[in-house]
Design a binder for this molecule. Structure first.
Ligand code: UDX
Length: 477
């Protein structure tokens, strides 16, 4: 189907103000603008300041004449950390302060379709309904986790929830349709746990579940996934949500449809300064010899945990590239602040630690052999696209589910959840990089081929994007 040359639709895209959300929703914005839809991307002022500093917003605007940005305050003081345990506060604040601002923008800008982050589901539904604008939800998590959130109330009804304590964590959850016997209690989203990880942003399970069920009120839901990756969950979701658009992996989809986007800064939609020196370092390493280590934009850990990873990596004798964000370490129990000499030596010899990298490019580099990841959905799907096996150390939210998919459904890596021990790190790194390398690589390469097929002409994600654009045109009339 030929795309329309101009469109009367005006789409407002409203992401939760966090890297993993802005990132994938901005990829969608570009894909819509590429097809001449008028798109306004609504950021908080804080997020937008970071994006304009570290991503190349100017060239993005030059490339897409129908794309523009608008900002609103998040209602928090400038000095608020917006990270760690308090990372969810901008979202919570927006749910209150954002209401009149969103309503105003919908009306004044003559928006015809609101594509809202599903974390704002109720706010978006209420405001859009009030002013008569059609709403579509976008979920930055995978379909399997969304389905698990949706199913959580039924887990209480069947007495599979609550999780009673540590001794209960290996119990199998058997009644999630399509995911029967896949998850143990420890693989459920972290919001189902009786105890939270240190420093984890606090969001009650009830809030997550009720926002998920709000998506029943939306006209459609968009996922940054592809049908071959999550077919069991998608099959069951489609029985409840008749209009689902799987258009992912979005970063690959965008790169395929807009292949001139070669500028690294723009292509990553990064909200932090990228240390690109790591690319030259990677260039000088042998083929598939490096384990790339990163725990995303929100994860925090104690100094003790950091040292366990460090020892594990150094003792594995593998080369490693490790992203250690300046806001990653939380206060731990340890009194000794000095770094053991063998770690410094081991790092000098085989490792590189940096503050933030162009992750998609790093994963695509020929010297990267595996990814030690927290399994944020973006990181997971970026690794899938690159065909890179994973060692998973999930932190919170959907990551517990994602890491189970990696290890037990897709079989493209190992899951070390709930353990932070130097011996386990060493052994798993060696298993993925050496002992079981071929097995994991083969499965990872198969998935990567499927990902590419899905966003290529005639593939389901490719076709779904066309259908999504037609749908937006239709509901905008
Ligand atoms: C969070 C959740 O963890 C995630 O599951 C949810 O779907 C979105 O919000 P985050 O924890 O930051 O996000 O993880 P992730 O989803 O993996 O997103 C991190 C993004 O930052 C990825 O796109 C990754 O490419 C990028 N990144 C990370 C960099 O560009 N450079 C880095 O050095 C590290």
């Amino acid at each position: 189907m030929k795309p329309p040359q101009t469109s009367s639709a005006h789409v407002l895209i409203f992401p939760c103000p966090a890297q993993g959300h802005v990132n994938s929703m901005l990829n969608l914005a570009q894909l819509l603008a590429l097809r001449h839809l008028h798109v306004t991307f609504l950021n908080t002022e804080h997020t937008h300041n970071r994006l304009t500093r570290f991503a190349d917003i100017e060239s993005l605007l030059a490339r897409y004449p129908t794309l523009r940005f608008k900002t609103i305050p998040d209602g928090l003081p400038e000095e608020h950390p917006r990270s760690g345990e308090r990372a969810a506060e901008p979202l919570l604040s927006l749910k209150v302060h954002g209401k009149p601002l969103l309503r105003d923008i919908l009306v004044k800008e003559k928006v015809t379709c609101l594509v809202a982050d599903g974390l704002f589901a109720k706010l978006a539904n209420d405001m859009a309904e009030e002013v008569g604008v059609a709403t579509i939800h976008f979920r930055t998590i995978g379909a399997s986790c969304f389905w698990t959130y949706f199913w959580a109330p039924y887990l209480f009804q069947s007495n599979e929830l609550p999780v009673t304590g540590e001794e209960d964590m290996d119990r199998i959850i058997s009644t999630i349709p399509g995911m029967e016997n896949l998850l143990r209690c420890r693989d459920l989203p972290s919001f189902c746990r009786p105890n939270r990880a240190k420093g984890e942003p606090i969001i009650p399970l009830e809030t997550i579940v009720s926002e998920t069920h709000q998506t029943l009120r939306a006209r459609a839901v968009i996922f940054n996934t592809f049908d071959d990756l999550e077919s069991p969950a998608l099959f069951h979701l489609r029985l409840r949500f008749p209009t689902i658009f799987t258009v992912g992996p979005l970063h690959l989809h965008r790169a395929c449809r807009a292949p001139t986007a070669t500028n690294t800064k723009t292509s990553n939609n990064s909200m932090r300064e990228e240390d690109t020196s790591c690319m030259a370092w990677l260039d000088s390493q042998p083929l598939r010899s490096v384990i790339y280590v990163s725990f995303g934009s929100i994860t925090t850990m104690t100094r003790e945990s950091l040292l366990e990873f460090w020892y594990g990596l150094v003792n594995s004798k593998m080369r490693f590239l490790w992203v250690v964000r300046s806001d990653m370490i939380t206060a731990g129990e340890g009194k000794d602040e000095s770094v053991p000499a063998e770690l410094v030596e081991g790092t000098k010899e085989r490792g590189l630690m940096v503050g933030w990298v162009p992750q998609v490019e790093v994963l695509a580099h020929k010297s990267v052999g595996a990814f030690m990841t927290h399994c944020g959905w973006n990181s997971t799907i970026e690794s899938v696209v690159a065909g890179v096996p994973m060692v998973c150390w999930p932190y919170f939210a959907d990551q517990q589910v994602n890491s189970r998919l990696v290890s037990d459904s897709w079989k493209v890596g190992l899951d070390m959840k709930d353990v932070c021990d130097r011996n386990v790190v060493e052994n798993m790194v060696n298993d993925v990089m050496v002992n079981r390398k071929e097995e994991f690589l083969q499965s990872a390469e198969k998935l990567a081929i499927l990902a590419r097929k899905n966003v290529s002409e005639g593939g389901p994600s490719y076709d779904n994007l066309d259908r999504l654009i037609e749908f937006i045109e239709l509901i905008s009339q």
